[in-house]
Write a protein that binds this ligand. Structure first.
Ligand code: NDP
Length: 329
């Protein structure tokens, strides 16, 4: 069983030295356990946070432990009443060839209904994040202007499309012309701002003449600050993520312009997808319906080979990924 263990806690960007690569003999499931052949792993910005020894919504990965990763795989041996050999499952399988353990939080997926990588993107945690962060925390109304940062990424691209389905004017902020064109031409966004080549404040002024009713933030830092200056009265700012800050060697940069919340009687609210676990199945059904109707597109960026894991993960932080980053084991 090839495994990546967390070897040290990175300062700044992780690298190959952050992990140790080992090959260990495969065991057999004990009572209550399953053995899963991992097929696809989800590479998530959150993995960077799990490497830190800090209090968060989930405990950090311990040094010497298998690096945590969500993924889908197939059960090849089972001592658990709910899972049979041949079942496909989604769960925290880890960065390794095989998962052996209790299937805590695992659930079955059906490869005859959708390709497996889709269970890590639109129909998985990514889609659930977009759906609940936008609809529950952002609470968009038809006609609202919704701005999304990290808009061409996995979560952002789905959140923007859901906002379109709900009748909003949607503006995406993304890095590069190609991603901005994709938002407008392929996903039907109303406007796009390329933060790498244009001034974000000027772009917001152009694209959001009536101000911003909902800001779905995946990025934080300077982009959050720029959007705060354009809030409409009673705006909702959803703190879904802050990827620009995850590899900081110094303190996270907080918003300098937060008094815009006061002036506009606006609110900023954090979001953690796991809080909505009880409603995932219903949301996934609705998302699958939108996909079948052609209203929602999911794009996956699939990288091959377990051993490429340390470099593949970095694509999230350089913006090299285009769509949900998935590692095919
Ligand atoms: P993405 O597919 O969006 O990939 C990350 C993207 O972030 C990159 O492609 C890049 O796009 C952009 N990016 C990276 N560094 C910077 C930077 N310094 N400034 C601006 N943009 C940057 O990943 P996900 O969709 O998986 O995750 C998006 C966000 O959602 C993350 O913040 C993540 O932590 C959060 N999240 C939160 C959850 C929750 O429960 N709160 C659950 C799941 C995800 P570009 O080329 O445009 O720069």
């Amino acid at each position: 069983n090839r495994q990546f263990l967390l070897a040290q806690r990175p300062v700044g960007l992780p690298s190959r030295d952050t992990f140790s690569y080992v090959e260990t003999p495969l065991g057999e499931p004990a009572a209550g356990q399953i053995l899963v052949k991992n097929l696809y792993l989800s590479l998530d910005p959150a993995m960077r946070g799990w490497m830190n020894d800090a209090k968060s919504y989930i405990p950090p990965v311990g040094l010497g432990e298998v690096m945590r990763a969500l993924g889908v795989g197939q059960v090849i041996a089972s001592q658990h009443p709910d899972f049979a050999v041949g079942d496909h499952v989604n769960g925290a399988v880890g960065v390794q060839d095989y998962f052996l353990g209790e299937p805590k939080g695992f659930y079955k997926v059906d490869p005859s209904r959708a390709p497996l990588p889709l269970y890590l993107s639109a129909l998985g945690m990514t889609g659930m994040t977009a759906y609940f962060a936008l609809l529950d925390v952002g609470a968009p109304k038809a006609g609202d202007t919704v701005v999304i940062s990290g808009a061409a990424g996995a979560v952002g691209s789905i959140a923007g499309q859901i906002a379109r389905i709900k009748g909003c004017r949607v503006v995406g902020i993304a890095g590069g012309q190609e991603k901005c064109r994709f938002l407008i031409d392929e996903l039907g966004f109303d406007g796009a701002i390329d933060y790498k080549s244009e001034d974000v404040a000027a772009g917001l002024k152009r694209e959001c003449p009536k101000g911003v009713n909902v800001f779905f933030d995946n990025v934080g830092g300077d982009i959050l600050d720029a959007v705060l200056t354009r809030l409409a009265p009673k705006a909702r700012v959803v703190i879904c993520g802050a990827i620009s800050q995850y590899n900081n060697k110094e303190a996270v940069k907080g918003p300098a312009n937060y008094l815009a919340l006061l002036v506009n009687r606006a609110r900023m609210e954090g979001f953690v997808v796991m809080d909505y676990a009880a409603q995932f199945a219903d949301a996934a059904r609705e998302m699958a319906g939108w996909m079948a109707e052609g209203k929602l597109k999911s794009k996956e960026d699939i990288v091959e080979g377990l051993t490429t894991f340390p470099e593949a993960l970095l694509k999230l932080f350089s913006g090299e990924n285009f769509g949900k980053l998935v590692l095919k084991v």
